[in-house]
Design a protein. Structure first.
Ligand SMILES: Cc1cc2nc3c(=O)[nH]c(=O)nc-3n(C[C@H](O)[C@H](O)[C@H](O)COP(=O)(O)OP(=O)(O)OC[C@H]3O[C@@H](n4cnc5c(N)ncnc54)[C@H](O)[C@@H]3O)c2cc1C
Length: 329
């Protein structure tokens, strides 16, 4: 098997956390298979980003530069990556299940005549044949499937927060500069304007205070907001999230939903209030470092995964907690 590649993405000119997670995934798979792992940085004048990526210790960073790769054009990026795969013949290519990954990976898979599995939650190698086992939700999240495909390169898009982000290493990657043979015919879409949207990025929170169907009134979420702001002083970025029934009732926007069909989070602390612990919710928060559950039902599933559990009515416990935190600050 030859090299494992991953596509690097940036945000405001800096490496995106999703790419650090892919580096971890690629690094672990490469170690298991005894092959190299490399990050691919695409754009025009992306030297600083390639230097940043090189600090994470994969064998190589490919710096794929061309004036047509400035900004993001899925046609140009797919053409450049097709050219790169022609040069390197990689065994695997990992993408984030992001706007960029979802735009580029299917185009590339088609051009390379291989199979792509999107929205994966986990990856492992089948020791019998060395193929990638791709775990992903199917039937709208009602089941989880393990899939294998024989096409090369083996291609996936990964959900964020499924690997721990890679830390900087003492050894730096070798940076290899390349200029793909592409031309204007690769540009299929004309970007007219970019409109940015305000989105709650729950996965950036240090602490998530999440409410579920056990919260009786929409107004009671003010208690969770009060707990979040009392914790902000000591814990930094604290956000309020929720389970799906809360979104279904239109009490909160979908970007606050944690779970299989919402956001996957791994904060330092996750406080589940009035959430029973259905599997579709657990998938979204089980990687939290500490889980605190507040629930009236001592047999609920959330207590089975919690580090700390309080059998209590949130209407009594949460205001008392807020009072205590305010007294201490
Ligand atoms: C395809 C599919 C995808 C899904 N995706 C998601 C997803 O992404 N995220 C998600 O969350 N769900 C998802 N679901 C829904 C999921 O199956 C559960 O229905 C949902 O997570 C239950 O939410 P809950 O725990 O808030 O509600 P419940 O299961 O109704 O639990 C409410 C809890 O509140 C407790 N409670 C009640 N009153 C109080 C009180 N006064 N004080 C303290 N505790 C109290 C109860 O004891 C109970 O444990 C999905 C379902 C399907 C079929």
């Amino acid at each position: 098997m030859s090299e494992i590649l991953l596509l690097v993405e940036s945000k405001d000119g800096a490496l995106d956390k999703k790419s650090l997670e892919l580096m971890r995934g690629a690094g672990e798979l490469a170690k298991e298979l005894g092959v190299g792992a490399a990050a691919v940085v695409v754009g025009d004048q992306v030297g600083p980003l390639a230097e940043e990526a090189a600090a994470f210790g994969l064998q190589k960073v490919y710096r794929l530069e061309h004036p047509l790769l400035k900004g993001f054009d899925s046609g140009a990026w797919a053409a450049a990556l097709q050219w790169l795969c022609g040069q390197l013949n990689p065994g695997m290519f990992l993408f984030s299940h992001s706007f960029v990954g979802k735009e580029v990976a299917p185009r590339l898979a088609y051009r390379l005549d291989t199979e792509l599995t999107t929205d994966c939650l986990a990856l492992k190698i089948d020791p019998a044949d060395g193929l990638l086992i791709r775990t992903k939700p199917i039937y709208g999240g009602n089941a989880i499937a393990d899939l294998k495909c024989a096409g090369v390169p083996q291609m996936v898009t990964m959900r964020k927060n499924c690997f721990e982000p890679m830390e900087q290493q003492s050894t730096r990657s070798e940076i290899v500069g390349m200029s793909p043979a592409i031309d204007e015919s690769a540009l299929k879409v004309k970007l007219l304007k970019t409109v940015s949207e305000e989105v709650v990025e729950l996965d950036k929170a240090n602490v998530v205070v999440a409410g579920g169907r056990g919260i009786e009134d929409k107004e009671d979420f003010a208690m969770l907001e009060a707990l979040a702001s009392a914790m902000c002083k000591t814990h930094g970025n604290v956000m309020v999230g929720c389970s799906r029934p809360v979104v279904d009732k239109a009490w909160m926007s979908a970007d606050r939903q944690v779970g299989l069909t919402g956001t996957i989070v791994s904060p330092d602390t996750y406080i589940a209030i009035g959430i029973s612990g259905a599997i579709q919710h657990l998938v979204g928060m089980i990687r939290s470092k500490k889980i605190v559950a507040i629930n009236t039902d001592k047999g609920c599933n959330m207590f089975k995964v919690a580090d700390y559990g309080v059998v209590a009515d949130y209407r009594e416990l949460v205001p008392a907690l807020v009072k205590k935190l305010e007294e201490q600050s």
